[in-house]
Design a protein around this ligand. Structure first.
Ligand SMILES: N[C@@H](CCC(=O)N[C@@H](CS)C(=O)NCC(=O)O)C(=O)O
Length: 210
């Protein structure tokens, strides 16, 4: 398999963790987002959205969208599971994951922040926008897992929820958010980061890390 990504990309980070947890190896192909390499015609032919990650399977299939990739990995390599067996619990894990991956991350990604700058927003306001998006999403996420057993988001083992949480907390810190307001999320993050699958997927451990 080949994973097209970028060390600091939180969507790529989610997939790196999933691959590691499943014990799958992938060749990592970095695309420097700040240099615009995600918009090169050869890459757009793989991922018309101009986003990382993109996964190329051993059979040559092209998969885009981190959550779709993680669900495909889950279906093709079910052990260890990243989603609970019970349909209601699965829906809860997916809802938490989507609160971060679909409603929080997209409004603070590179393309959106670049557009805000183009429209004349000063740098301080751009950063505050990104911090606000993170605070909103994490505040809701803290409540979504408030009644759940730990130490992970949904119990004693990591799920797709933790794969979305750890990269989002990294983004929040980058934008200056005080994450001490989210003790239950920090508990899950600490449990996750103690696992080699999460530690090895960290941005600073990637071949393109700066
Ligand atoms: N919903 C997509 C989001 C992908 C995404 O936004 N990727 C970012 C990096 S985390 C990206 O490629 N940004 C490039 C840009 O904004 O130009 C997914 O989960 O895969």
């Amino acid at each position: 398999m080949k994973l097209h990504g970028y060390f600091r990309s939180s969507a790529s980070y989610r997939v790196r963790i999933a691959l590691n947890l499943k014990g799958l190896r992938a060749e990592h192909l970095p695309h420097h987002l700040r240099k615009g390499e995600q918009c090169a015609p050869a890459y757009l032919a793989l991922n018309p959205q101009g986003f990382v990650p993109t996964l190329e399977s051993d059979a040559g299939d092209i998969l885009t969208q981190s959550l779709a990739i993680i669900e495909w990995l889950e279906e093709t390599h079910p052990t260890p599971p990243l989603l609970p067996k019970d349909p209601l619990r699965r829906a809860k894990v997916r809802a938490f994951s989507m609160a971060l991956a679909c409603d929080t991350h997209p409004v603070q990604n590179l393309k959106v922040l670049a557009r805000l700058r183009q429209l004349g927003l000063p740098e301080e306001a751009v950063t505050e926008w990104a911090a606000w998006a993170n605070r909103e999403g994490l505040t809701a996420s803290e409540k979504l897992v408030a009644g759940e057993a730990g130490p992970f988001c949904f119990g004693a083992a990591p799920t797709m929820a933790d794969l979305c949480l750890v990269p989002q907390l990294a983004n929040a810190r980058r934008f200056g958010v005080d994450v001490s307001a989210f003790p239950r999320l920090l508990q899950a993050e600490a449990a996750a980061k103690a696992l080699p699958a999460f530690a090895d997927a960290a941005p600073e451990r990637q071949i393109d890390a700066e």
